[in-house]
Design a protein around this ligand. Structure first.
Ligand SMILES: [Zn+2]
Ligand SMILES: [Zn+2]
Length: 261
């Protein structure tokens, strides 16, 4: 493998004590990328051109505002708005309302995403263009590339580093969201005989840790019973946020990430 391996990052993550080592890595990666985007990179022409073209998803737009640096944000979003404004005018200038039910059936990509996640087809070129613009984000893109390499590194370390394997067995495993990525990476990159070893081990790691969190959240509820008011909290004080993380791969109790300067 010629590309960079993230062995140090993975080693730190597996020893972090977090409910999911990929949640831990992803949070770090996201914060580093916010710092990069709102550091001074936005004054560089080529980067501004990229951020103008890619735009930002709804989640990262909010994070950028919360991070601070109003002037930096203003420069970035001013450029993006110029581009969107120009193209939207062009799209609407040539818009012809469909006589029937729109273009449905012809435009199969970039359609309306229902709250359930199901995708409907776009009904016009202009709609399709807007939907398409919402599918890319400069920060998601930068994170995605490195995250993929981290998954590769994970599989590489499973194979090559016995110390990593035993640290993983001692760790709290993964959240369900990131476990899907782990399974995918193992299926793609491990040899059949390696899968025979690792897939059951990973399954066991998940089962053990989901049971642990289940016990914690169960006890949290029990603690609300007046008969248990003087009982020990055990590991349950933060069981709600850990349960949410285990299920959805997020840190609901995290404070807002702000510029540290
Ligand atoms: Zn996770
Ligand atoms: Zn994003």
């Amino acid at each position: 493998m010629k590309e960079k391996l993230y062995t140090i990052e993975l080693t730190d993550a597996v020893k972090s004590g977090d409910e999911c080592l990929f949640c831990w890595l992803e949070r770090k990666l996201e914060q580093e990328n916010l710092e990069f985007v709102l550091g001074s990179s936005y004054m560089e022409g080529d980067i501004r051109e990229e951020t103008s073209k890619s735009g930002f998803c709804r989640h990262h737009t909010k994070m950028m505002f919360d991070y601070g640096n109003s002037l930096g944000n203003a420069w970035i979003f001013k450029s993006r708005l110029e581009l969107v404004n120009q193209e939207l005018k062009r799209q609407m200038g040539r818009y012809t309302p469909a006589r029937g039910k729109g273009l449905s059936g012809i435009l199969k990509t970039a359609g309306f995403k229902k709250p359930c996640g199901e995708k409907a087809e776009a009904c016009s070129e202009a709609e399709r263009w807007i939907r398409g613009e919402e599918e890319h984000c400069y920060i998601c893109m930068r994170m995605g590339k490195i995250y993929e390499r981290m998954l590769d590194t994970f599989v590489y370390m499973l194979r090559e580093d016995p110390g990593f394997g035993s640290a993983l067995a001692e760790s709290k495993g993964f959240c369900v969201h990131h476990f899907a990525d782990v399974l995918m990476a193992c299926e793609e990159k491990l040899k059949p005989q390696e899968k025979e070893v690792w897939i059951p081990r990973l399954g066991e790691l998940m089962a053990r840790n989901l049971d642990r969190v289940q016990e914690d959240i169960d006890w949290l509820i029990e603690k609300y019973d007046y008969r248990n008011q003087d009982a020990d909290w055990k590991q349950s004080k933060d069981a709600l946020q850990r349960t949410m993380q285990k299920l959805a791969g997020i840190y609901p109790a995290d404070p807002i990430f702000k510029c540290r300067k």
